[in-house]
Design a binder for this molecule. Structure first.
Ligand code: ZN
Length: 431
């Protein structure tokens, strides 16, 4: 495969293999797989997507290479990332990791925060991420330094969203809840309200304050909720019923909600889980599964092999119609010592942990569905005419191999090649 010149905008790509979930109904198949596609670009946008026709010499020939729309990283922690060398927890598990993180906060100067976050964004961009949502810990009702410092660390081609991650106890006072929500609302675009909701801090009055303050300030929510295996964790069941009970009220919450983790769904009864999932589906609440950190932090005891996986009920949520995404969560910090800001690594982990089928043609949607992240229906399907010509190609991979052995990458943003990571061996395998 010839690599196009990075300086010149492309007219488009011919003979590229897109996943089945992205293609229009009736797209032709060959040997059970979708035929390759021709994409035409115009001013950095998609002009058309049509089944492959030979001899389109003005387009770059991808020779059947797999491609996805720009990837989404829906759940990261840029304030904590890359601190593992100085912040290693003494014991496994979530609550010890939180304590260790608090000890590391003394090092979180402006320069330290910006340097670590910039490195994370550069890694994500090179892997093909176009949108990254980071949670940022709040320790008080006023924004922490990290909230301010990470506001303007733009990386070309990556939209950065910030979520104020405050423990539920900070919402116990209605006035404090309002001050937090107001500060987030006044922080500009791409800011959301979040919270850490766990049976160790459960407080339904604080939850009500959180929901009401988000509603008052017209904020979308992204909650760390039920990151535990307790069968009596309250967060998701309370939220599902609150939304259902208030659906017809004048003061109902009208923003979009993402719920991250939701591990406890896997510990309760099937009946209880089905009931919660159908209520969440009715309110278009998105569930974000975080397999890497859940496998590391749930059922974690020194010297003992974990017996439980700790991951939310992704297949049941898919069957119930709940929008879903997969995220990396922590990368190289007290919560998770490893990680790469590569959504393919997250999906590879999920493939085994969740026993996923048809990973390229169907489940790849879990790492590039911007509509599931934002709740904006116009973003339902990327790579449609008028949308950004931003996509990622995987030279040397195929639909059976992917996402493993697929580190090679060609990243196209707004119709232009911006990053490449390829090896001669893979290119010769292609040709
Ligand atoms: Zn998290």
């Amino acid at each position: 495969m010839n690599i196009p010149d990075t300086a010149t905008p492309l007219n488009g790509i011919t003979n590229v293999r897109l996943p089945a979930w992205l293609l229009s109904a009736g797209w032709p198949l060959q040997a059970g797989e979708p035929v390759t596609a021709d994409l035409r670009f115009e001013a950095g946008k998609i002009a058309s997507v049509t089944p492959y026709q030979p001899d389109q010499n003005d387009l770059w020939n991808a020779r059947g290479t797999l491609a996805l729309p720009g990837l989404i990283e829906p759940h990261a922690h840029l304030d904590k990332t890359f601190t593992i060398a100085r912040s290693r927890p003494s014991k496994p598990g979530l609550l010890v990791a939180i304590e260790t993180m608090h000890q590391d906060r003394q090092h979180w100067t402006a320069g330290d925060l910006r340097q670590r976050a910039r490195k994370a964004l550069a890694w994500a961009a090179a892997n093909g991420v176009v949108r990254l949502r980071t949670h940022i810990d709040w320790f008080d009702v006023v924004p922490p330094l990290a909230w301010l410092e990470l506001a303007d660390i733009a990386q070309a081609g990556v939209t950065l969203e910030r979520v104020a991650l405050a423990p539920l106890s900070l919402f116990a006072d209605a006035g404090a809840a309002d001050r937090i929500a107001r500060a987030v609302a006044e922080s500009g675009k791409h800011c959301l309200l979040g919270g850490f909701i766990h049976s160790s801090n459960w407080d339904p009055a604080a939850m009500r304050n959180l929901m009401q303050s988000a509603s008052r300030w017209k904020l979308n929510l992204d909650l760390h909720i039920d990151e535990e295996l307790s069968p009596v964790a309250h967060g998701l069941s309370w939220l599902a019923r609150y939304l259902a009970d208030n659906a017809l009220s004048e003061n109902k919450f009208s923003g979009h909600i993402c719920c991250s983790h939701g591990c406890a769904l896997a510990s309760g009864s099937e009946h209880q889980a089905q009931e919660i999932l159908s209520l969440l589906a009715a309110q278009r609440v998105t569930l974000i599964a975080l397999p890497m950190t859940n496998l590391l932090l749930q059922d974690a005891v020194t010297g003992r092999t974990p017996r439980q996986r700790g991951i939310t009920l992704l297949k049941e949520a898919q069957a119930a119609g709940v929008p879903l995404l997969l995220g990396c969560d922590n990368v190289q910090d007290a919560f998770c010592p490893a990680g790469s800001y590569d959504p393919l690594d997250t999906l590879s982990c999920a493939l085994f942990a969740l026993q996923l089928d048809d990973v390229f043609d169907q489940q790849s949607r879990l790492i590039c569905d911007a509509g599931a992240l934002t709740g904006e229906p116009q973003n339902d399907l990327p790579l449609t005419p008028g949308s950004d010509a931003s996509l990622v190609l995987f030279p040397g991979s195929d639909s059976l191999t992917w996402p493993l052995h697929s580190a090679a990458r060609l990243v196209i943003r707004h119709g232009r090649l911006t990053h490449q990571r390829t090896w001669n061996q893979e290119l010769s395998h292609e040709s």
